[in-house]
Design a protein around this ligand. Structure first.
Ligand code: UTP
Length: 408
């Protein structure tokens, strides 16, 4: 993109301030800024224009989960089915590790967090350990694709290398980088990180399949003829990965996707609930639920909308392929965003000052025609580390790890 093209585009979008320092930049910096401008996803401005509209929900109905008791009855056959799929090389894994973990306030990639006390035990290490239990039972390594972002890629790769991939076969592990989107202030003006660079942040956890496509790694998925992908978050230290029983149950259900869910601890717990919206699977966020809906009960006393998602899903690859052409909705998050002001001074805000834009994995569930909610026992499989203290923190996760017999 030339300077003139950039000028015209930014003028039309009301964002000419982005070129404020252009004259003072050297040739390399100019090229850098022009290429960033050329890559802006202008849907962010469109998203901002709808930000105050309540999200239009369709008709919401409950979606029955396959519950722990039923899973226990059929465990042997589900396990065999899942192990056969793993052995046949039909399943791949995507670890979502591109987030910035701002709530935790840890300045390295979240997976590098040490959950150990008397010894080192890193989050990445625990995830690999959990995976090895199942890949070991199947007797084959399961291909693992790790999504990072520009902000944490080098550190993540270096960490895996320094720890020899925690014993997982390295030729079964690949890394790919997700896309970035610009951040804006509350007026919708693009924020600048430096005179030659926009403030960019990772585009959320819903764009991973498109990112795999954009960086060419999808070729590997296609060459290996993978049929299913188990995608999961970096911060649930207890989750089972490539879980044969989950895979078997999803295959058995005939659904094109599956979601590991936990029984809500209370009607108002802050988790998204898997249900049906106009007949399609959908996740209703806790803040979108009415009191009545949150407290509704089945004849047996269980909550009607009683299962929260844990960010561990199985998707059929042919269905993921159809999502490639779809523009995932951009969700807006209010955040503290360090930037430079109009004089070029660096500002590190202490209160939120702008918006970040993110696609969400839960919207991929909505794009699947059906999804089986698969119940896992919370104390055994759900220990997310999101916050610096209190609920879903390092402390609460350590307690659950101890309860599960993990030596810290
Ligand atoms: P969260 O929604 O908890 O976001 O991510 P986060 O960025 O890690 O943390 P906060 O909100 O800033 O505190 C859930 C999962 O999605 C991944 C995260 O790494 C985590 O595994 N994720 C999130 C990405 O891979 N990319 C993103 O852009 C955002």
């Amino acid at each position: 993109m030339t300077y003139t093209e950039a000028y015209q585009l930014l003028e039309q979008k009301g964002q000419l301030h982005v070129l404020r320092f252009f004259d003072s930049l050297n040739e390399t910096e100019r090229e850098h800024l022009l290429s960033q401008i050329a890559g802006i996803d202008w849907r962010i401005i469109e998203a901002l224009s709808h930000k105050d509209e309540p999200s239009a929900k369709g008709t919401i109905e409950p979606l029955d989960a396959i519950e722990v008791s039923e899973i226990a009855e059929k465990e042997t056959s589900f396990r065999e089915l899942g192990l056969a799929a793993l052995r046949a090389g039909k399943v791949g894994l995507v670890l979502l590790a591109g987030g910035q973990g701002t709530r935790l306030g840890f300045d390295k990639p979240k997976g590098m967090l040490n959950v150990g006390i008397t010894k080192d035990l890193y989050l990445f290490e625990m995830l690999i350990r959990n995976l090895q239990k199942n890949s070991g039972a199947a007797g084959v390594p399961v291909p693992l694709y790790i999504m990072t972002s520009d902000k944490n890629h080098d550190d993540t790769v270096a960490f895996f290398k320094a720890h020899d991939f925690f014993g997982y076969p390295k030729d079964s592990v690949s890394f790919f980088i997700q896309e970035m989107v610009p951040c804006t202030d509350f007026e919708g003006k693009l924020l600048m990180e430096s005179p030659s660079s926009l403030c960019l942040s990772p585009n959320g956890n819903g764009g991973w399949y498109t990112s795999m496509y954009n960086c060419g790694i999808l070729e590997d998925v296609r060459n290996r003829k993978l049929e299913w992908i188990n995608v999961f978050s970096v911060d649930n230290v207890l989750q089972q990965i490539a879980d044969p029983v989950f895979i078997g149950a999803t295959l058995d259900s005939g659904c094109v996707s599956g979601a590991k869910v936990v029984r809500k601890a209370s009607p108002n717990e802050s988790v998204g609930v898997l249900c049906l919206e106009d007949g399609r699977p959908s996740i209703v966020e806790y803040y979108e639920m009415t009191e009545e809906m949150a407290n509704l009960r089945k004849p047996n006393g269980d909550l009607t909308y009683g299962f929260g998602v844990t960010l561990n899903y199985l998707f059929r690859v042919d269905v993921l392929e159809t999502m490639l052409g779809c523009n995932m909705p951009l969700h807006i998050a209010v955040k503290k965003i360090p930037h430079i002001d109009e004089t070029g001074q660096f500002v590190s805000p202490t209160t939120p000052n702008g918006y970040k834009f993110e696609t969400l994995a839960l919207d991929m569930v909505r794009l699947s025609k059906n999804c089986i909610p698969y119940e896992v026992v919370r104390e055994k499989e759900f220990a997310p580390i999101k916050n610096a203290s209190g609920a879903d923190s390092l402390e609460s996760a350590r307690e659950l790890l101890r309860k599960n017999g993990v030596e810290l």
